[in-house]
Design a protein around this ligand. Sequence first.
Ligand SMILES: Cc1cc2nc3c(=O)[nH]c(=O)nc-3n(C[C@H](O)[C@H](O)[C@H](O)COP(=O)(O)OP(=O)(O)OC[C@H]3O[C@@H](n4cnc5c(N)ncnc54)[C@H](O)[C@@H]3O)c2cc1C
Length: 403
Amino acid sequence: MDFRLTDEHRMVQQMVRDFAQKEIAPLVKEYDRKHEPIPGVLERMGELGLLGISIPVRYGGQGMDYITLGLVSEELEYVDSTLRVVMSVHMGLCALSILHWGTEAQKQKFLVPLARGEKVGAGAFTEPGHGSDFARIQGTARREGDVYILNGEKMWISLATKADYALVTMRTDPHADPPHRGLTAFIVDLHSPGVTRGDIKGKLGVRAGSTGWIAFQNVEVPVENRIGEEGEGFKVTMSAFDRGRYTVGAGAAGLIRAALDASVAYARERRTFGQPIGHHQLIKEKIARMARDYEMTRLLYLHTGWLMNQGQRFTRQASLTKWFGTEAAFRAAHDAIQIHGAYGYSDEYDVERFFRNSRGAMIYEGSSEIHTLIQADYALGYRYDKPLRKELPPYDPDEWLAE
Ligand SMILES: Cc1cc2nc3c(=O)[nH]c(=O)nc-3n(C[C@H](O)[C@H](O)[C@H](O)COP(=O)(O)OP(=O)(O)OC[C@H]3O[C@@H](n4cnc5c(N)ncnc54)[C@H](O)[C@@H]3O)c2cc1C
């Protein structure tokens, strides 16, 4: 395994770092306080090619590999989690699901505008009554001739009010036993008649982002918008989560690094008992833990990205990356506040925002409890990955960079 980043990796990393530092960092505190997204941020991400970063050029993307997606997620979350969330849902849940499962016609119709940044994508699975036990969702899709009629409500959806398209999973068979066999996935145009949506107010974190609800009332979705076969929605959604989890884990590396950098700078400046606090052993312990956890999270996500590039199954690794990374990020942000003392308790310093942002990632894309169970089941031999009918295409530079 070669751990060196290529020149292209480093170029993208630097480009994203410059964008986030120059255009986002000066504004993010103000918009986090206002609970509003930074104006024009999605458009800028589109202009920079980030919304199609790991999509083949012939489908409107940049043709970069899956490791690049991880690197971009890390750099974005170094500045604010809300930017990384865009990569997780637009790329991880939506665009890459079309690349994975879509027909050629669906790729031309939906993937090309998503990858070019002309349209924004989301993934809408959670319902008011069903999150972790997604297999039991109640929203329905009833087939009538050439259309499905969608009814139901999706809750806690990132970019709910910003996205143009969403991968939406609904129940097509109310009697399916086990219930996960009765689900089907669709690409839905969120501007369709019968779709209403709104933002959720009063969130603990990701305040400069958009999280909301989407209601479907007799929404007609053409049969040609179905992603995968009828009854295949659970597998389509779980594979979308694999990719979402990869970006969440990679982003967590960015949050840990941000907490570490802020803590190191503060620990070298702030003096107590006649010396910089960095010389106190209990402060060193926290700094050391952050440095360790950053390296571990980074290695985990690079390994996951490498598996994706090879076309190998990465479900187990993505879950581990997400689980370990998000818990480590929360711990790092928590320790960073402690190192900053009372100043860490105010939004004058960024660590308070890191702490609030880190919390949600232990809930979404599979809570820490769910990942604990997944990892235990793999280890115990109770869980293994069966081959999918279709696999995510491996990274092939000749093919991906071809016009
Ligand atoms: C900021 C944010 C953004 C989100 N974005 C999206 C999005 O873009 N798209 C989307 O579809 N959803 C999204 N979600 C929803 C998220 O995926 C769900 O919140 C998550 O799946 C958990 O579901 P729940 O909140 O209903 O909790 P529940 O499933 O009700 O769980 C409640 C608690 O019980 C625990 N628990 C549940 N089952 C078990 C078990 N078997 N064993 C042990 N403990 C268990 C859980 O870990 C949790 O601690 C988002 C959520 C947040 C907070």
